[in-house]
Design a protein around this ligand. Structure first.
Ligand SMILES: Cc1cc2nc3c(=O)[nH]c(=O)nc-3n(C[C@H](O)[C@H](O)[C@H](O)COP(=O)(O)OP(=O)(O)OC[C@H]3O[C@@H](n4cnc5c(N)ncnc54)[C@H](O)[C@@H]3O)c2cc1C
Length: 290
């Protein structure tokens, strides 16, 4: 089922994200964690894609396993920055043949020290290609409430977001953020710029001090003072930080739903216990009519 069709039910929904294994040897253990998360039955589940090609062949395999084993609809990620037109064409054919209906179309990060591919420069080119395939995919794209790190400013970033929508993107999922005001402000600006498609806020439960460093390195997201205080106080206790991080993320999600957001995406990072705790906290909220 397409995610756009799910939206028509007009109820609050939760999606989770898992990542595929990097090697054949880790496939069993990693996919087991991912399947455990899928068995919690979120409304749909994102399966990420290794931009460098390292994990790419496992994305479709994991997406198909999730659907077969749990019945949860997968959203398969696809990046283009390290691909040629020919390989992307093959991937599109393979995704269609596997019955994948939902695709998150991304540029991907340009590999450090690597030369950017000349076949693709921006996600909008991949979106246009998916749309032109004639396979009627439901297509998602990424967006950045705190601006993509390569963008000169937010105005330019939003202008290119409109290009994604015009190329055929059906919905947007955001980069993680820790202050909901940033999201509400971003929504105001993109709507003003004519970006009308649904936006799914992405929430990352931070459950350890080490994870904070990783998040800061990989995203442009800024931490709130409230979160910093929590980390100062509980960062040295694994159990306390786990609990505090889950509660912080839950609080963000409840506030988003309360303010009219239909779908919240949770970066569950292959951690079934975190996904289960968040779902449990929201048991009486997810599924409510808009
Ligand atoms: C929800 C989400 C899921 C993700 N999943 C994955 C994943 O599975 N695998 C992975 O490798 N990475 C993933 N990423 C990371 C993503 O690949 C990187 O953030 C990447 O740097 C940008 O990808 P994009 O699709 O946003 O690119 P784009 O939309 O192409 O934007 C990249 C930059 O180019 C600019 N730009 C866009 N169009 C133009 C134009 N026409 N002219 C000039 N500048 C332009 C934008 O403003 C931005 O600064 C994900 C990110 C998010 C938010």
């Amino acid at each position: 089922m397409k995610i756009t069709e799910m939206l028509a039910a007009n109820r609050q929904m939760l999606s989770f994200e898992v990542f595929p294994p990097k090697t054949e040897t880790s496939f069993q253990s990693v996919s087991q964690a991912a399947l455990k998360i899928a068995s919690l039955h979120p409304d749909f589940i994102s399966v990420t894609y290794g931009a460098g090609g390292g994990t790419s062949r496992y994305t479709m395999q994991l997406a198909c396993d999730i659907r077969r084993e749990t019945g949860v609809e997968p959203l398969a990620h696809l990046t283009c920055v390290s691909s040629t037109k020919e390989t992307v064409k093959q991937q599109i054919e393979a995704l269609h043949a596997a019955g994948i209906e939902n695709i998150m179309a991304l540029r991907g990060d340009i590999p450090a020290g690597g030369t950017p591919n000349t076949d693709y420069h921006h996600a909008s080119e991949l979106i246009a290609e998916l749309r032109a395939s004639g396979y009627d995919f439901c297509i998602g794209g990424a967006c950045y409430p705190e601006v993509h790190p390569e963008s000169p400013n937010q105005k330019a970033d939003i202008r290119y977001l409109k290009e994604k929508m015009d190329a055929g993107c059906d919905f947007l999922t955001t980069q993680m953020f820790f202050d909901n005001h940033l999201l509400f402000n971003f929504l105001y600006k993109i709507r003003e710029a004519g970006v009308t498609i649904p936006v799914f806020p992405g929430i990352m439960p931070i459950t350890s001090r080490r994870q904070v460093e990783q998040v800061m390195r990989l995203s442009n997201a800024s931490l709130t003072q409230r979160f910093k205080s929590l980390m100062d106080r509980y960062g040295d206790s694994e159990q306390a930080m786990l609990q505090a991080g889950i509660i912080y993320a839950t609080d963000q999600i409840i506030d988003l739903f309360a303010n009219g957001i239909q779908v919240v995406h949770v970066y569950t990072m292959n951690k079934p216990a975190v996904a289960a705790a968040i779902q449990q906290n929201l048991a009486g909220i997810v599924g409510l009519p808009l």
